[in-house]
Design a protein around this ligand. Structure first.
Ligand code: SF4
Length: 336
């Protein structure tokens, strides 16, 4: 695997104005209200790797996904794909860039037009990107159906005639139609039965090997992440609190939130590691806690945690944002 960063995200934020009607706010003299969905995240994704973004619902991971494919504009910060600003995706010249960067959504049924036959759904990106004549598009659709484990005879059927797993295969075929290099996968298996999830994940891994794809894989399910990821970024309330190689993160989690998430996975290996109960709820992002946003749930919080936001620092192969790790009162043996 080459080590060239294909995607570079630097201090990117995405804030939404949720103030309500302008006139009402002016009359009541209320200040604008900002929802800080993503707040200063930085990471790279190297060519050929899978970076997983994990965290509880509402932590901002889907907002990051939508910024990467140009569906949301960052409030601040930089996002570059192969050296080009992602803001160019929406420009006239961004066509080639859009072709190289595609997205797979969580709900395969909602993302497929129910009135279109499969062949039209899969061929649509080819028409949009102005590639190939009709006969060539037909041949490409057949090739894609085979590539995702379906049959060319499926081309004239409608989405409702397929199972959930098969519909997600159709979504993957559509995403692959224009021969992208980078797929942003937003919880691609979470709407599927557990038995079907493994089949779709294995298909995605095979496609990655065969086609040299790069994935940003978003999930709340750490077992799924362990199956697919090379590196893992853990998000909490719009920030990345830990980023580490997969095996490092699972065997030696540093951040107390990562430890809490891992504790929720059944100890099937019988390691006897101490369980840390998943306590409390994610705070309201409209009114985030001061200092470290995890402090109201953290069993190791001290005064500085309530007052000062921890910086992200390198710790071996990982990057972690935690005063306790920086100052030494949160140690690895807390998980033993
Ligand atoms: Fe816990 Fe403090 Fe570390 Fe935040 S900075 S995770 S509150 S120890």
């Amino acid at each position: 695997m080459s080590r060239k960063p294909l995607l570079k995200v630097e201090n990117a934020s995405c804030w939404f104005d949720v103030s309500g009607p302008w006139l009402e706010r002016v009359l009541k003299r209320q200040p604008p209200v900002k929802l800080k969905a993503v707040n200063g995240v930085s990471f790279t994704v190297e060519k050929g790797e899978t970076l997983a973004l994990v965290g509880e619902s509402g932590c901002g991971k889907s907002t990051v996904a939508r910024m990467l494919v140009g569906l949301y504009t960052p409030t601040s910060g930089q996002i570059e794909f192969d050296g080009h600003p992602v803001s160019a995706l929406q420009s006239r010249d961004g066509k080639r860039l859009r072709q190289r960067l595609q997205m797979i959504f969580q709900d395969p049924y909602a993302s497929l037009n129910p009135r279109w036959r499969v062949a039209r759904i899969i061929a649509e990106p080819l028409k949009v990107h102005g590639q190939l004549n009709q006969a060539e598009r037909d041949a490409r659709v057949d090739e894609l159906l085979l590539q995702v484990g379906l049959s060319p005879t499926d081309r004239d059927r409608y989405p409702h005639q397929f199972s959930g797993g098969q519909r997600q295969r159709i979504s993957i075929a559509r995403a692959l139609a224009a021969r992208p290099e980078f797929l942003v996968c937003d919880e691609p298996t979470s709407a599927l039965d557990v038995s079907v999830q493994a089949q779709v994940l294995n298909l995605m891994k095979k496609l990655q090997r065969d086609l040299g794809l790069t994935y940003l894989f978003i999930s709340h399910n750490l077992a799924v992440v362990h199956h697919v990821a090379d590196r893992v970024a853990v998000m909490y309330l719009g920030r990345i609190v830990e980023l580490a190689p997969r095996d490092e993160l699972f065997s030696r989690p540093r951040h107390p939130y990562t430890r809490m998430l891992l504790s929720a996975i059944p100890d099937t290996a019988g390691t006897g590691k101490r369980r840390i109960p998943v306590a409390g709820e994610v705070p309201n992002p409209l009114n985030p806690p001061s200092g470290c946003p995890f402090h109201p749930r953290c069993p190791h919080a001290q005064d500085i945690c309530r007052q000062v936001m921890p910086a992200t620092l390198a710790d071996g192969a990982a990057q972690v944002a935690c005063h306790g790790i920086e100052q030494g009162w949160v140690t690895a043996d807390l998980m033993e």
